[in-house]
Design a protein around this ligand. Structure first.
Ligand code: FNR
Length: 397
């Protein structure tokens, strides 16, 4: 192929597609894979999230693709997470003046331009050599709030020094309590505005795509926040003899959440609430917010789609604490449906990683901007001009 063309990439859409000019992708490609040196596709030729997904599959190494796109076991919840949105219908409205659409929301006392955040995702240098630095630049240009993973491949301080946009820090509580405390103190010192504690991963789910692809962090890519510790490189998978991972604390309980709240001034949100009873406990414990999430279906397969869980959580805690949701959001109409069912905001994971893989910072910004435009369009067609005007009557019953 002498010249890159979007049509060719979309047709190829597989591991034999172009490898891109991305050195870290070439380094982690499988030995037999052809990696012609080609520029990244121009993300201006990609129109929606499925376009980005197909293009990303074509430029990513099979191992990176398996890590990002894969999920737990039979990947049934992965399918449900998006499919459940397809089963919700929207109620169009006519003859409403929608000449101005305002997507601003206030979250944790701060105004956001729109209610779509970047979910924490680990190991972004697998998708692009600049990893989280490219993502934060994309987030800056799209004015998106970025939630930075404990397992980032650029340190939280270096990401913060490139950010003009608000950052939240996602915490995986570590088995070593003093080290956890140190991570929290570093996030505060670097100017992170909230702490997102992931509570859905006492152990990792069985992720067979990853296992089959032999996932391990390639040389030169590290868990930058864990630098100097034995767990900063290599595989995050437990050995075959156990389900436990060295980088996750499987003893985490509600008392640790109280402890975390006692050691930080930052608002603490719990990410990975999937049970209305847990939502109730979280609201009673006084956390600043909860994120209904099943970790992008990467842990407990056959747990329900998050958008199916959301109404039950809202029934328990709506109005008491902000409830955010992630998982399966691929369209602006999905965002509208989540807001209609009571979410204060949503997060996206894989979609912006696809943008990152395809076109670095520009790709991240393009993905976010596509979803923003789709949300605005859906709001207008449903006769809603502001986020507070979105309620359950947006859903066709
Ligand atoms: C994740 N997710 C995740 N969550 C978290 O709390 N800490 C992390 O480090 C990661 N890492 C991670 C890596 C990758 C490659 C993916 C796809 C996901 C879960 C993530 O925050 C979010 O919950 C899901 O990605 C949302 O689902 P969608 O948007 O990917 O369907």
């Amino acid at each position: 192929m002498a010249e890159w063309s979007i049509a060719a990439v979309l047709k190829t859409a597989g591991p034999q597609g172009p490898g891109g000019s991305n050195p870290s992708l070439s380094a982690i490609s499988s030995p037999g894979m052809k990696c012609p040196l080609m520029p990244f596709p121009n993300s201006k030729d990609l129109f929606d999230i499925p376009d980005f997904e197909r293009a990303a599959k074509a430029v990513m190494s099979p191992m990176a693709w398996a890590y990002v796109a894969g999920a737990a076991a039979d990947e049934i919840t992965l399918r449900w997470n998006h499919e459940a949105y397809e089963h919700l219908r929207l109620a169009a409205r006519a003859l409403v003046d929608v000449s101005k659409i305002d997507t601003r929301v206030t979250l944790l006392g701060r105004e956001l331009a729109y209610p779509i955040l970047l979910a924490p995702t680990a190991y972004q240098k697998l998708a692009h050599p600049d990893g989280e630095l490219a993502t934060v630049k994309g987030a800056n240009s799209a004015e998106a709030t970025m939630v930075v993973s404990t397992m980032s491949t650029v340190s939280m301080e270096d990401i913060a020094s490139s950010a003009t946009t608000p950052l939240w820090f996602q915490l995986y509580v570590q088995p070593d309590q003093a080290f956890t405390q140190d991570l929290v103190a570093r996030a505060e010192a670097a100017g992170y505005q909230a702490l997102v504690v992931t509570v859905d991963t006492p152990v990792l789910g069985p992720r067979y795509q990853e296992l089959r692809a032999g996932f391990t962090l390639p040389a030169g890519i590290e868990r930058a926040n864990l630098r100097g510790r034995a767990t900063s490189t290599g595989s995050h998978r437990p050995t075959e003899a156990t389900i436990y991972s060295q980088t996750l604390d499987s003893r985490l309980t509600w008392k640790d959440i109280d402890w975390l709240r006692s050691i930080t001034k930052l608002p603490v949100l719990l990410k990975g609430i999937q049970n209305p009873d847990d939502a109730d406990k979280a609201a009673q414990s006084g956390v600043a917010g909860i994120i209904v999430s099943n970790h992008g279906a990467r842990n407990l397969d056959t747990s329900p789609a998050t958008i199916d869980v959301l109404p039950r959580v809202i029934a328990k805690v709506g109005g008491k604490t902000p409830v955010l949701v992630d998982g399966g959001i691929r369209r602006g109409t999905d965002v509208l449906k989540a807001l209609a069912l009571g979410a204060s905001a949503v997060l996206i994971g894989r979609p912006y990683i696809y943008g990152l893989a395809v076109d670095g910072a520009n790709g991240v910004a393009s993905v976010v901007n596509i979803l923003r435009r789709e949300l605005e369009s859906a709001m207008a067609l449903c006769g809603r001009t502001s986020i507070p005007s979105i309620d359950s009557s947006v859903i066709w019953k």
